[in-house]
Design a protein around this ligand. Structure first.
Ligand code: GDP
Ligand code: MG
Length: 440
């Protein structure tokens, strides 16, 4: 991927004591190829390379004590800049409801993203959104939205597939006014390609709904096409922002880098999974860090703070101080980690981990955590509280109870004891546990 290629290029530069103009030019040729291969738009790449090259060849950079770091810093800053520099939040109407129209090609992730957005608004703003089902061409589309509505406890306005989407939207807005919903999320139909019929329908909906936001949903896996689609929709509808989906897949990343420059419209959110909690506010600087393999500690910390149960954290701190951390707490910890999301996604956000060679071939398997839990569940309550009871015959019993090899049981007990020791040290150092580790 892009990230790996860029880092390989930079590691060559880092190995050098002195960096010459020729080194920078050579490096920029490699960066250019990496960007083009990642499907970054040609013009965007050209401008980017030119800017970075000019800044990097400046004498104060090459003559500095740390030229390689300086060059990488410039790349980082310019990547951030082409993605728009700052996060751009959702627009809010002066009076309720704020109307958000989701548009995009079929399969891009409109309906899923509408669901994610509703969940986000409920969580962040205690909002009371209403969905309008305006994709009348596929009965399954309405069912999909209703299922999401049920999961989130968000009402769906629909009139089945027999009515005109423009009328449906009109009636849906009346319903939102009656019920005093503060957000209305309109799920519209898509096509396989941009065509006039689709654009006419969306323009008509826009004309009657006066949406505060027209969010174009684009599939990042479509590479160059994603940027063309964004251009096309923006020309016809003057969109207000973009949701870039499927960034969890093996995507080449080019769309994230091109869309802002090509359309002038901000990416507001990224989708990183099929589940409804897989939505993140798009932060250009954090994305640049991720692309450069520098991790994304900010997002990680936010995730941890959101998902980490405060009561449990206090309880854990107390146990650590009293030197009472046991296997039950261990399982709680595993649960907390699991709540944060897939392990390999989390690891990628830790600086130095994203492309750490030691992790290159390690696939973090969620099953691993399940296996550890299975071993703990095979323990008696006494054993959970006192690992010293776990002699070889008990360990064999655990192995067969959990259906795991004895080596795994031994390794886990060893790790647990290390963790216990570490926690004792931390608590003695008056380290206020997880809370403090997370900067809270
Ligand atoms: P629509 O036709 O634009 O409404 O697209 P849908 O919302 O129905 O999504 C199409 C498919 O893409 C579904 O299988 C979704 O689960 C999947 N999808 C949507 N967003 C994401 C994402 O961010 N990551 C992944 N992996 N899948 C996604
Ligand atoms: Mg849909």
């Amino acid at each position: 991927g892009l990230s790996e290629r860029l880092q390989k290029t930079f590691s060559k530069l880092r190995g050098k004591g002195k960096v010459t103009e020729a080194d920078v030019r050579e490096m920029m040729r490699e960066v250019r190829l990496a960007l083009l291969e990642a499907d970054v738009n040609f013009d965007v790449t050209k401008t980017f390379i030119k800017t970075v090259r000019e800044r990097a060849i400046g004498s104060e950079v090459l003559d500095s004590l740390t030229p390689a770091q300086q060059v990488i810093k410039i790349v980082n800053e310019e990547l951030t800049k082409i993605m728009g520099s700052q996060a751009v939040l959702l627009n809010k109407a002066d009076k309720i409801p704020t109307i958000v129209m989701m548009v995009g090609l079929q399969g891009a992730g409109k309906t899923t993203s509408a669901g994610k957005l509703a969940r986000y608004l409920k969580e962040e703003q205690k909002a009371r959104p209403l969905f309008i089902a305006a994709d009348v061409y596929r009965p399954a589309a309405i069912e999909q939205l209703k299922t999401i509505g049920q999961q989130l406890d968000v009402p769906v306005y629909d009139e089945g597939t027999q009515h005109n989407p423009v009328d449906i939207v009109q009636n849906g807005l009346q319903k939102a006014a009656d019920d005093k919903n503060d957000y209305v999320l309109i799920d519209t139909a898509g096509r396989l390609e941009i065509d006039d019929q689709l654009m006419d329908e969306l323009s008509q909906i826009k004309a009657i709904a006066h949406p505060k936001e027209i969010l174009l949903v684009v599939d990042s896996m479509t590479g160059q096409a994603a940027t063309h689609v964004a251009e096309g929709f923006n020309e016809r509808l003057d969109i207000t922002g973009v949701i870039l989906t499927k960034l969890d897949g093996d995507t080449r990343g080019g769309a994230a880098l091109s869309i802002r420059s090509v359309t002038g419209k901000p990416i507001k959110f990224i989708g990183s999974g099929e589940k409804l909690d897989a939505l993140e506010v798009f932060h250009p600087d954090r994305m640049a860090n991720r692309i450069l393999g520098m991790g994304d500690m900010m997002t990680l910390i936010e995730k941890a703070q959101k998902d980490y149960d405060e009561k449990q954290a206090e309880e854990l701190t107390r146990k650590m101080q009293e030197n009472n951390f046991d296997f039950n707490d261990f399982v709680d910890q595993l649960d907390q980690v699991q709540k944060m999301g897939p392990m390999d996604e989390i690891m990628k956000m830790i600086p130095g981990m994203a492309n750490n060679p030691a992790l290159q071939n390690v696939k973090m398997d969620p099953q691993d955590l399940e296996h550890l839990k299975a071993i703990v569940y095979s323990m008696t309550p006494q054993e959970r509280q006192n690992p010293d009871l776990l002699n070889p015959s008990r360990r064999r019993r655990l192995a067969s109870g959990a259906g795991r090899p004895i080596q795994e049981v031994n390794r886990m007990i060893k790790q647990f004891k290390q963790m216990q020791t570490m926690m004792q040290k931390m608590s003695k150092g008056n380290f206020n546990g997880m809370d403090q580790m997370m900067g809270g």
